[in-house]
Write a new protein. Structure first.
Length: 290
């Protein structure tokens, strides 16, 4: 008899997910100089973002090790799983998942290991893994789960508003000249996680409140014809603003099936900084069981 287990990495935000799950998470490490911390173990999101705002050291991250992946596979095998699906962060954002199956397959026995490129990050990535777990509990096989997850991926999107460009400048993701011009002009870029799993600049808006409103308008337009939508409001140390956006969505939109407010995991926050506010969605019209 086949039993399917589900895995994802720390970038999925599943350690902070506002829903219950049994997904195994391969841990990322965060480096502040010579200090190494494991995301979700040695440091949690609230403490991480407070430190990020004060510490002049720009943190770096290391992907989960092969041993970490094997340990989580063994844990699922111990639970009786003989088929495992891993949902890594978009391979256009990290090399972690790109060749993972080829690396892991020779090292394991008595289990079938599949890797699905989510082309996503944060809780959008995590929700795909959660969705797969729900499907597995309903008896879907490995191939059908992949088919449905890929369909769900096409029905999702996310945007993020950057309030403070200084961190992206320090992080090397924005040139000093471009960043300085943006600061002087009070530019608040709206970043998109496109369907190739790459971060692109959707629009540049002046004034943070207007950027948040524009992000909301983009999401509203993209979901206007849907009947059942899960909205995700994501943040890095911006909970109160996230709750305000959630309230607006609940009050104004006709197709709200569920709202999730969640912090962005430190693994991702290390690369984008604090005070980020994001809004994503998953259209679930096709799934009566969600």
């Amino acid at each position: 008899m086949k039993k399917i287990g589900i895995m994802a990495d720390s970038s999925s935000g599943l350690a902070y997910a506002p829903f219950k799950h049994d997904i195994k998470i391969t841990k990322t490490t965060i480096h502040f100089g010579d200090e190494t911390l494991t995301d979700g173990v040695d440091i949690l999101a609230d403490a991480f973002y407070l430190r990020l705002e004060k510490d002049p050291c720009i943190p770096k991250t290391s992907a989960p090790t092969t041993k970490e992946v094997l340990d989580q596979i063994q844990s699922l095998k111990d639970d009786g799983c003989n088929q495992i699906i891993h949902f890594p962060i978009s391979t256009n954002l990290s090399q972690y998942g790109k060749n993972l199956k080829q690396i892991i397959d020779p090292l394991i026995e008595d289990v079938e290991f599949k890797v699905i490129d989510t082309k996503a990050a944060t809780l959008l990535q995590g929700y795909m893994a959660y969705f797969a777990q729900v499907l597995a509990s309903k008896g879907y096989n490995l191939n059908d789960i992949e088919k449905e997850v890929l369909n769900l991926r096409r029905q999702s999107n996310a945007y993020f508003v950057v309030d403070d460009l200084r961190y992206l400048i320090k992080n090397g993701r924005l040139s000093n000249m471009t960043g300085t011009i943006g600061i002087l002009a009070k530019i608040k870029p709206i970043l998109a996680l496109d369907h190739n799993g790459q971060i692109t600049t959707k629009e540049k808006v002046r004034v943070h409140a207007k950027a948040i409103e524009r992000m909301y308008q983009l999401i509203q337009q993209e979901t206007k014809d849907a009947k059942k939508v899960i909205y995700m409001i994501l943040h890095t140390n911006r909970l109160n603003d996230a709750l305000k956006v959630e309230n607006k969505i609940i009050e104004a939109l006709h197709n709200v099936h569920q709202t999730y407010v969640s912090t962005i995991t430190p693994t991702v926050g290390a690369h984008i900084g604090s005070k980020i506010l994001g809004l994503g969605y998953v259209i679930v019209d096709d799934y009566d069981f969600l």
